[in-house]
Design a protein around this ligand. Structure first.
Ligand SMILES: [Zn+2]
Length: 84
């Protein structure tokens, strides 16, 4: 994640009002993980499918209790344009 991408994520989270305190401990300081997560989406519970559909996201961590929250890049309008 470049510094520009990082700032864009922070800007989008602020624009979308994702600014409430931590739901677990009430802390108001968070850290944005420096990178993206891409969780696989599977139709079956058994096994692990690699290379299939995925849910790309960014991760925010409470600096006091470590509570982890994720925000889908698509909902934030941060997915790169896709072809047909
Ligand atoms: Zn917390």
């Amino acid at each position: 994640m470049t510094p520009e991408q990082r700032q864009e994520v922070i800007n989008r989270l602020n624009e979308r009002l994702a600014r409430h305190p931590c739901p677990r401990c009430g802390n108001q300081e968070f850290s944005l993980v420096d990178g993206y997560l891409s969780q696989p989406i599977q139709e079956q519970i058994g096994g692990i499918v690699l290379g299939g559909p995925a849910l790309p996201s960014v991760t925010v961590v409470c600096t006091r209790c470590g509570f982890i929250s994720q925000h889908a890049l698509g909902a934030l309008g941060l997915l790169p344009p896709q072809g047909n």
